[in-house]
Design a protein around this ligand. Structure first.
Ligand code: GUN
Ligand code: ZN
Length: 437
């Protein structure tokens, strides 16, 4: 990590951000081929054409350090709305669909986090991997162990990142060593909320794993946590796999559908993020929309576990807001560029051509809006926190060759999301400080 010596830094590069959900004709897209991003005390101070802004800074007698990134691109840091930190250890595990994958790989891996020092070590590796992928904010599942959340937030504090995370709540249908109880899960979550929610940039997320691993008593206490702590978030899994949906029906027969189980315990709302949502009925989408609940679309995971094809257009038709996420370790990459590549292919199979403007809005302002963080991050509006990345658009010989044949902004962005990967991420800045290079 480096500390910049001057209070004001001016980064010269090609700069892209979004001011609203973009149209394909470019409304909401702001791009400076030769731009200047000015950062003061870790916040965005100004953004404009380089020549214009350099003249203005001089006129105003503002001292600054000029950091020349000409030839590279700057974008807001990427945001990932669904990822599991302990599962960095099982990314790329062979052969299973969701329920067997959980039993054979996930639960054994998560059991190792009973060791606090181990949890701390993996948390640091995990945050470094996010930063190396250009992700500066993520909504994260820890394990059932209270100290796994301390380990994760401590690692996040070290780099100054804004993270949303929580202790997994799970009191049945998993190994004994991973079970809490309705009361201990409630008490530990409350203690973590008191310690971490709003501590620096950390935000607590109440985290029932999914309906099958919680008793109705535990979901009752989960709802109570949300009622008693109105500004915290909630994350869980919903309608990912056909076998899972049938199991929920057996376990909760009195409910109309899978979402209705969560609804019955008061878990829906604008700060509630539901991972996957592949097989939702019209009734469920209607209720998601009424409650302004959010979807996390996890394309690499949905393909890897053979879970199904998420229908983005359908979510839009029901006015349900969708974010995009990696879902490591069922997801196969930390890199949101690769995630977009898979999102494009999933949507192609559903006859929806994901436009690159929509795609990059999604990774930045779109996901920030889904997580209700757009006051602070997601684009380069003045006074937002300076979380940004520097990208190399010529990171491989193929990329350089093919990029030289692109003229339009949308062509370049589409190429980046189609053949790009973490080699395109040169540097990552958090609150104006370089934390990865
Ligand atoms: N459903 C319940 N737990 C999990 C998990 O860890 N990963 C995925 N992809 N789905 C889940
Ligand atoms: Zn998940």
């Amino acid at each position: 990590m480096s500390n910049n010596s001057s209070a004001v830094q001016a980064y010269r590069a090609s700069i892209l951000h979004f001011t609203k959900a973009p149209t394909v004709t470019g409304e909401g897209v702001v791009f400076f081929d030769d731009g200047l991003l000015v950062v003061r005390d870790g916040k965005i101070y100004a953004l404009d054409h380089a020549e214009t802004l350099l003249t203005e800074l001089k006129l105003q007698n503002i001292e600054f350090e000029l950091i020349d990134k000409t030839g590279q691109w700057i974008m807001p840091g990427f945001i990932d709305s669904h990822i599991h930190f302990p599962q960095i250890n099982i990314i790329g595990s062979y052969g299973e669909k969701l329920l067997d994958w959980l039993n054979n790989y996930t639960f054994p891996a998560e059991m190792k986090f009973s060791n606090k020092a181990y949890a701390e070590q993996i948390a640091d590796v995990f945050v470094q991997e996010l930063l190396a992928s250009g992700t500066t904010t993520a909504m994260v599942y820890c394990t059932v162990h209270e100290h796994s959340v301390d380990a994760f937030f401590q690692a996040s504090q070290k780099y100054g990142t804004c993270m949303l995370a929580g202790k997994v709540l799970m009191d049945r249908h998993c190994p004994e060593a991973l079970r809490d109880t309705p009361i201990t899960g409630y008490e530990q979550s409350q203690a973590l909320i008191d310690r971490w929610h709003g501590n620096g940039r950390q935000l607590y997320t109440v985290t029932p794993r999914f309906a099958p691993t919680s008793t109705p008593e535990q979901l009752t206490f989960t709802g109570k946590l949300l009622q008693e702590n109105t500004s915290v978030y909630m994350q869980t899994h919903l309608s990912e796999n056909i076998g899972e949906i049938a199991w929920v029906k057996e376990l909760y027969p009195q409910y109309k559908n899978y979402l209705d189980v969560y609804d019955g315990f008061g878990l829906l709302g604008s700060r509630s993020v539901f991972g996957h949502c592949i097989h939702l009925s019209d009734d469920e989408l209607t209720r998601m929309s009424e409650t302004n609940s959010k979807i996390a679309f996890c394309p690499t995971s949905n393909l890897f576990l053979g879970s199904g094809l998420f229908e983005l257009q359908k979510a839009k038709d029901f006015a349900v807001k969708t974010s995009i996420a990696t879902d490591v370790g069922a997801g196969t990459s930390f890199c949101q560029l690769q995630t977009l590549a898979e999102a494009y292919k999933v949507n192609q199979l559903n006859d929806y051509a994901l436009h690159p403007f929509e795609a990059f809005y999604w990774l930045t302002l779109g996901n920030a809006e889904c997580l209700e963080l757009e006051q602070n991050i997601g684009n380069f509006e003045t006074n937002k926190i300076a979380d940004f990345i520097v990208l190399d658009f010529e990171s491989t010989p193929l990329m350089k060759h093919r990029m030289s044949l692109c003229n339009e902004l949308h062509e370049k962005l589409f190429l980046l999301m189609t053949i790009g990967d973490d080699r395109n991420i040169s540097e990552t800045y958090v609150a104006g400080k370089c934390v990865y290079s």
